[in-house]
Every structure is written in structure tokens, then in C-alpha cells.
Design a binder for this molecule. Sequence first.
Ligand SMILES: O=C(NCCCCc1cc2cnccc2s1)c1cc(-c2ccc(F)cc2)cc(O)c1O
Ligand SMILES: [Mg+2]
Length: 221
Amino acid sequence: TGSTRPQRILRAVQKNSTRGSPCSVVNAIDDYCKHKEWAMNVGDEKGIIVDDVVLELKPITVLELGTYCAYSTVRIANLLPPEAKLITLEFNAESAAIAREIITWAGLEEKIQLIIGASGDWIPRLKEEFGIETFDLVFLDHWKDRYLPDTKLLEKCGLLKPGAVLLADNVICPGTPDYLDYVRNSPRYKSKFYRSHLEYTQEEDGLEHSVFLGLYDNPNL
Ligand SMILES: O=C(NCCCCc1cc2cnccc2s1)c1cc(-c2ccc(F)cc2)cc(O)c1O
Ligand SMILES: [Mg+2]
């Protein structure tokens, strides 16, 4: 039984980065995925856009949907203010186990809560089980056909306050057409597209940055 891609990524991190140095962890994963084998991390090019959004917004509570090997988890958490917290959901238990090791290696376990399960099951439970009021930033990077239903679920559960930012990966490749249509045409969002490329490739991709404006068009929600 050979190793899995997440296991090989963890090994590359342990070999080529320094414990407690999130930057060196991010660089080690990028180097491995650029030169050895592709993996679905947001990557260095889109990662710079994510960094800028986080540094500008200074979010205190962050939700990440889709942890994978915790590349973006570590990249985001490293830029958060001291009292900030990041909750990240991962469906696949194998990659979640690797993600946990990489989060610990980076020394960010205090800032990050990793949950294993499906977004549709967990979003309605976050207020109750984690004492979350609202999220300042949501990074969507999970099943592409769940971006829209989960955005509506976040609205319904009152987990977004006006000014909250949704940052969505892969809106071109693999693509999230129904989500893009919604955030670009709904009066509840002010949306803008950051053109980039699919991680470690020349393929077109980009991030959609959407500011939640409130449910004023339907106060019953
Ligand atoms: O599928 C992608 N990411 C999602 C993995 C879903 C697992 C989860 C579901 C789920 C449900 N609930 C809670 C947590 C979670 S985590 C993905 C795919 C590509 C890609 C792949 C091939 C290709 F040729 C071109 C692009 C690029 C990317 O950047 C990606 O992010
Ligand atoms: Mg992605």
C-alpha cells in the first residue's frame, strides 16, 4: 500500500520546513506541488490575493470550507490578529488527519479548530456548538456545487453580518456558475472578481470577493 498525496505533502513539509514557521510550511508545500506533484491548494499566485484580503479585513472569526492539507488554513491563520479564530471544515478524514499534523507542525493549533464533516450538516450547528456569533470572513474551497447552497445556509443561520466577506476559490476552474450568478446579481452582495490562474498551472481561474450587505430585501430571514 503506497502513500497518499496528502501523506507525501506532509513528508515534504517535515523535510523542507521549520517547525513553528508557517511561512516555511507554505513555501515547502508550494515547492513540492510546483516541482513534484500537483495538488489542489489555493497556491502561491491566488494565495497572495488571499493574503491581501485577510490583511485588509483583519477578521476575528474565519470559516474555511475545505481544508485539504491545511495550506490555506495555515496561510490565513498566520496573518490573523492574536485573538482571532479560524474554524475549518474537511469532509475527508484522511486529509483531515494530515491537515491536523501540518497545523501542529506550523504551530497554529491554538488559532485553528478543524472539524471533520459535511458543510451542510455542520453550518447549522456552529453557533450552538462553537459559540460563534457571525463570521467576518468565509473562504469557500470545498465542493464547487455546495458554494451556493452553503452561502444561503450561512444567511439563513444568521452567521453573516453586513460587511462579512465571502472569498471563493475556483470560480472559473473547476467553476461555480450558479454561485457566481447569485453573488453577482443579488442585492445582498457587492461582488468583485480577482482574475488569476489555477494553482501551479497556466489555466485561467480566479477568486470571487463578495461583501454581504444584509438581508434588507427579506428581513424575515
Ligand atoms: O475540488 C476541489 N476542492 C474541493 C475538495 C472537496 C472536499 C470537501 C468537501 C467538503 C464538504 N463539506 C465540508 C468540507 C468539505 S472539503 C478543487 C479542485 C480543483 C481542480 C481539480 C482538478 C482539475 F483538473 C482542476 C481543478 C482545484 C481546486 O482548487 C479545488 O479546491
Ligand atoms: Mg480550491
